[in-house]
Design a protein around this ligand. Structure first.
Ligand code: ADP
Length: 483
């Protein structure tokens, strides 16, 4: 590279603040600037969804690939973004993967097939751009065909790395999709992109990429087992030498109670009294009884089986009987939304639910709640438990994936640690952990220690960015390029 910075192209379907449905968007927004700080040259490749137009501002076309325009724009962080503008695929109202009614777009294979192919070309000798990456870094199934194209069809391909943010989403399509996407027929094999007679975008990425990562060491272990391997545990076990777990960081400028403009009163670990102002404000906002002494529990996130929302519903009556209050913000499965609505009717003034996606309210909840609930059945990394520790709102969480790796569990009788962990994905186990949290909460000195120990933790991206840098350098060495 003759002394120039190592170049990495991030290829992903989401990037905050432009397009976000979950944690992937936060990672793709925050990791590139951290890598730039570490001395790398990182750019991001995204589909040019219609919803991006008002956000992006001017984005001049700089090239054409596979019939799509490549537009160039700058993210608010200053990172350069290449936007794949294929209006027949992305120029429509609705979400990135689904229409306004929540049904998957019927042409998702075409949409992300073309997107990944265009991005792969940008990382090969066929690129029309002057800036050519040393590494292709794909994220989740939407980028999965990129490594396949690089390995099988493109001249002088950059080495590739795939990051699994959630193995449960795989982008599996009928076998005929192979032909529609003009994929080389020989890749439709068990040692390739075939998944039980169908085409799997994620499997393609995991098979053809040179290196694999996922977003926590514990999840990297869990997905090699049948229970959480989603049918890909065999492949992941075979490739375990190439699979690394690196915990996500958080954007600690956006999520900082000392400077957060979205919360009622700012505070830090030396000024914890102000947290009470946020609690009162949250109780008001959710029409809860205004009572500083009642422990206020919260959950923010997708309302799905994965997140253990049913377990929260199971313990809600007991939680209210124990004097607690509960607020929930999220959207997801209709049946779970209905269960939560039922709880609010039964426990007016004690349980309150907002169905929707509201970033500002998520900040208010992190600041105003006393205890954060995250009883996920599986959690590749999870961000909310890090936000909540930083906001002095200790989490009660299942010891899985990134939750196990980022929360220091408080011992049964102790006050050392930053949250409360439990093992079995059952209401009784969640309740036992909540009881431990309530015990600590009622002992103010103990509670304060737990709060402060979470607030002291370093969740910044710097350490993880260094680990990615080491991986990229290794990849380039293995690919026989000058490092
Ligand atoms: P996942 O990516 O599995 O949905 P994470 O905890 O990794 O879960 O990341 C979810 C991100 O999305 C967090 O930043 C969280 O605060 C945010 N989020 C999820 N649902 C909502 C919502 N309804 N309103 C506001 N923010 C939300």
């Amino acid at each position: 590279m003759n002394g120039r910075s190592l170049r990495v192209l991030f290829v992903a379907s989401e990037c905050a603040p432009w397009v976000k449905t979950g944690g992937l968007a936060d990672v793709v927004a925050a990791l590139p600037p951290a890598l730039v700080t570490a001395g790398l040259d990182v750019r991001v490749c995204l589909p040019y969804y219609r919803s991006l137009r008002p956000e992006v501002g001017e984005a001049p076309p700089v090239a054409t690939v596979v019939g799509a325009l490549v537009r160039k724009a700058r993210l608010p962080s200053g990172i350069i973004a290449y936007l794949i503008d294929a209006p027949w695929l992305f120029g429509r109202d609705g979400g990135p993967y689904q229409d306004a009614d929540g049904s998957d777009w019927p042409d998702n294979a075409q949409r992300f097939g073309l997107f990944a192919r265009a991005a792969a070309i940008l990382a090969s000798d066929e690129t029309p751009l002057l800036w050519r990456p040393d590494v292709f870094h794909g994220h989740d199934w939407q980028a999965g065909l990129g490594p396949l194209w690089l390995k099988t069809s493109l001249p002088k391909p950059a080495p590739s790395i795939m990051t699994i943010h959630n193995l449960a989403f795989q982008g599996v399509f009928p076998a005929q999709t192979m032909e529609a996407l003009r994929l080389p027929p020989e890749v439709f094999a068990v040692e390739g992109a075939e998944f039980y007679g169908r085409l799997s975008f994620l499997k393609a990425g995991l098979h053809y990429a040179d290196m694999l990562t996922t977003v926590s060491p514990t999840y990297a272990q869990e997905i090699q087992g049948e229970a959480w391997g989603c049918g890909l545990h065999g492949l992941l076990t075979r490739r375990r030498a190439d699979l690394t777990g690196i915990v996500n960081g958080i954007d600690d400028r956006v999520w900082d109670p000392a400077t957060d403009p979205l919360i009622a009163a700012r505070y830090d670990r030396d000024h914890l009294a102000e947290k009470a102002v946020n609690k009162a404000s949250l109780q008001r906002r959710f029409d809860l009884a205004l009572d500083p002494a009642r422990p206020l529990f919260a959950m923010v996130g997708r309302l799905t089986w994965q997140k253990g929302v049913d377990l929260i519903a199971e313990v809600a009556d007991r939680l209210v009987r124990a004097g607690g209050q509960l607020v929930v913000l999220g959207t997801g499965e209709r049946s779970l939304e209905d269960v939560l609505r039922g709880l609010t009717h039964r426990h007016r003034g004690a349980v309150s639910v907002r169905i929707g996606f509201d970033e500002a309210l998520a900040h208010e909840i992190e600041a105003g709640a006393d205890i954060f609930l995250m009883p996920s059945r599986f959690e590749p990394c999870g961000l909310n438990q890090m936000y909540s520790q930083r906001y002095g709102t200790p989490p009660v969480a299942r010891a899985t994936g990134g939750l196990a790796d980022t929360i220091d569990g408080v011992d049964p009788e102790g006050c050392e640690g930053s949250g409360f962990l439990f093992d079995e994905p059952m209401g009784t186990a969640l309740w036992a952990a909540i009881e431990r949290a309530l015990g600590a909460y009622r002992t103010p000195t103990c509670w304060r220690r737990i709060m402060v120990s979470g607030m002291r933790k370093d969740f910044s991206w710097a350490a993880s960015a260094e680990r990615y840098r080491t991986l990229y350098e290794g990849l380039i060495r293995d690919a026989g390029r000058p490092a």
